[in-house]
Design a protein around this ligand. Structure first.
Ligand code: GTR
Length: 332
């Protein structure tokens, strides 16, 4: 569901947080951090988040401690972004894709084909653009401590390869919660349904949607490959992920603890990126061996050219994106 009225939704979340038990708040006062994670045991983000919170405990002599709740048991990513903003949870591993509603500047990373490669994304996010996006997020209550990898996302579906945009006609694709992705699929000729990650497997299986899009590791770990075995290498999105902390939790730390916790976060990012590269290869091998029908798209220009109206609308809706687009395109 697209959140049409974020203020109203935020009000609901605030009420939810207020209704949370006093015990929760008492433990938060002792810096007992609750971490939201969408993935399961063994996934690169999960391993890195566990390593971060353990390290944070060590380097702060226990002034920060906590645990990671896997599998989105604390709520969908859209809900978790709002919970983090109001301090209902203290840290999270977020894909930047669904963050556009909360922090419009972040939508620049959701523009299809904006990054030329994973290395290009690293150079951008580890440079001034990443810092500016962090500043924009901080203004909205989200402290981004480190950038994680999320690979390249491609389309997959139940019945046929997507060789050109024409193959998307009449197909319904699940997208993450962001209007920009609805525009992206429509510009390619398909139909789009925003939906929480946890609902996608069943929706593919029962035909509520015909396809979705994701990177190799998530296509594998979610078992979507079992029900949507045509994977077409569009690589239309290279989305960074972040290890984020709520501004409330962050402000509760002394400045020396902030430095130490930030270092723990950066170290977890080094670990995550290494694990990501390994998992990307492993997952690809695994799903291909299990019979996934792989369609490599040598020339992606038809997909890229179809994105012009998506860029135009994004800049019209948020003129500040123009400078970010130029900065990213000028980053070698
Ligand atoms: C994964 C990503 C998750 C989530 C998911 C999705 O690749 O790591 O955070 O955004 O995709 O499609 O919802």
């Amino acid at each position: 569901m697209i959140i049409k009225n974020p203020t109203k939704k935020l009000g609901k979340t605030l009420a939810l947080v207020t209704a949370m038990s006093a015990a929760t708040f008492a433990s938060v006062a002792q810096a007992d951090w609750k971490g939201w994670n969408i993935h399961n045991t063994g996934y690169p983000v999960t391993v890195a988040m566990d390593s971060f919170i353990k390290d944070a405990e060590k380097v702060t002599d226990g002034r920060v401690s906590g645990r990671v709740y896997n599998g989105a048991v604390l709520g969908s990513q859209s809900d978790a972004i709002q919970m983090l903003q109001v301090g209902g949870i203290q840290f999270a591993g977020f894909n930047l894709g669904p963050m556009g509603d909360a922090v419009p500047e972040v939508n620049v990373v959701s523009l299809p084909f904006i990054f030329k490669s994973l290395d290009h994304m690293h150079r951008v996010m580890d440079g001034p653009v990443g810092d500016q996006l962090s500043d924009a997020m901080a203004k909205k209550g989200i402290i981004s401590l480190a950038w994680y990898d999320g690979g390249a996302r491609s389309f997959y579906n139940t019945s046929k390869p997507i060789k050109t945009p024409a193959d998307m006609k009449g197909e319904k694709f699940r997208v993450m919660n962001n209007e920009l992705y609805v525009g992206m699929v429509e510009a390619l000729g398909g139909n789009a349904t925003p939906m929480a990650y946890s609902e996608v497997y069943q929706s593919l299986k029962t035909g509520v949607v015909d396809g979705a899009e994701n990177n190799w590791p998530s296509y594998d770990s979610s078992n979507h490959f079992e029900v949507a075995p045509y994977y077409s290498l569009t690589e239309h999105l290279i989305l960074p992920e972040c290890l984020c902390v709520s501004v409330k939790a962050w402000n509760g730390l002394s400045s020396s603890d902030q430095v130490a916790v930030k270092k723990a976060a950066r170290d977890s990012s080094t670990l995550q990126r290494k694990l990501w590269a390994e998992r990307d290869t492993e997952s690809r091998k695994k799903v291909l061996a299990s019979g996934v029908k792989f369609n490599e798209i040598k020339d992606k220009s038809a997909f890229q050219n179809a994105m012009k109206p998506v860029y135009a609308k994004a800049v019209k809706d948020n003129p500040s994106l123009k400078t970010f687009i130029d900065q990213i395109q000028n980053t070698q």
